[in-house]
Design a protein around this ligand. Structure first.
Ligand code: FMN
Length: 252
């Protein structure tokens, strides 16, 4: 049997329900109108510790935007908030980069449930992060957060049939919902580097193209959330296959 993923059973039913609700409302916000108020900031500081899987720390920092964010072609630079969460992985932990994707996205969904905007930023000025790091630790991404005016743009996403091995309309509803939830996940440069298949009672998530372990961790959290309240277990797989998710009414 392959290794059990730490995501299995890690988040409480209440957290999972909150995250799932936030999935449909999340989109990347780059132009903020202000910072989170002290009550929301305190709630996020608490959440940052609670959502982190082994090998990951999520630490909230503050920085002038021009010192942390790069100007990239085609997307507006981050502006309007100094608050960010640093997603820090300990390379001594073998699954730290996947865990960082899962934990960082859980933080994002906590922020969205507090009506705050967020954006994963993988391309940032490393020197702008002033958080002291321990041996083997690296900041993989920062997530600015703050208030925003809702100017939701239509999500650009691949068709479900392009990211699944068969037509997921033929799958059980839980597996269809899980695939749809992955489809909504954020990914670097919107590459959507994931591919899903289903057989028996098992769904497999695999990497397709240039995806990073961070992207795949994010997708894995979305896949698990999409299953909803149905009991399931997740195991790590090898090679391009990232993980398998087994769901049934009664897990023996
Ligand atoms: C790991 C990761 C790194 C990202 N890095 C950046 C970045 O450096 N700059 C940026 O503007 N957006 C970045 N994004 C945001 C993606 O561009 C965005 O998630 C994607 O275009 C999908 O849009 P959506 O989040 O609104 O659904 C990143 C997203 C992820 C998941």
């Amino acid at each position: 049997m392959t290794e059990l993923c730490a995501l299995s059973g890690f988040y409480s039913p209440a957290q999972r329900a909150r995250f799932l609700q936030a999935v449909g409302r999340r989109f990347s916000v780059r132009t903020f109108t202000g910072e989170a108020d002290p009550a929301k900031l305190a709630a996020l500081q608490y959440a940052a510790e609670k959502v982190a899987l082994p090998g990951v720390r999520i630490v909230i920092g503050k920085c002038e935007e021009h010192k942390l964010y790069k100007k990239l072609p085609g997307v507006p630079a981050i502006s309007g908030t100094g608050h960010y969460a640093a997603v820090i992985a300990d390379s001594a932990h073998p699954r730290a980069r996947y865990h960082a994707g899962i934990s960082g996205e859980a933080f994002v969904l906590e922020a969205v449930s507090l009506e705050l905007g967020t954006c994963w930023i993988g391309s940032f000025k490393k020197r702008g992060v002033k958080i002291p790091l321990k041996k083997n630790e690296k900041v993989l991404a920062v997530i600015p957060f703050g208030t925003f005016e809702d100017k939701t743009t239509h999500r650009k996403r691949k068709k479900l049939t392009d990211i699944c091995s068969q037509d997921p309309a033929q799958w059980p509803l839980w597996a269809y919902n899980a695939a749809e939830c992955v489809r909504n996940a954020p990914s670097a440069i919107n590459l959507q580097p994931w591919y899903m298949s289903f057989a028996g009672r098992t769904m497999i998530l695999q990497k397709k193209g240039m995806g990073t372990r961070l992207d795949m961790g994010i997708a894995l959290l979305h896949m698990s959330l999409g299953v909803g309240e149905k009991d399931h277990v997740i195991h790590w797989e090898e090679g391009k296959k990232v993980a398998s998710l087994l769901a049934e009414d009664q897990i023996l």
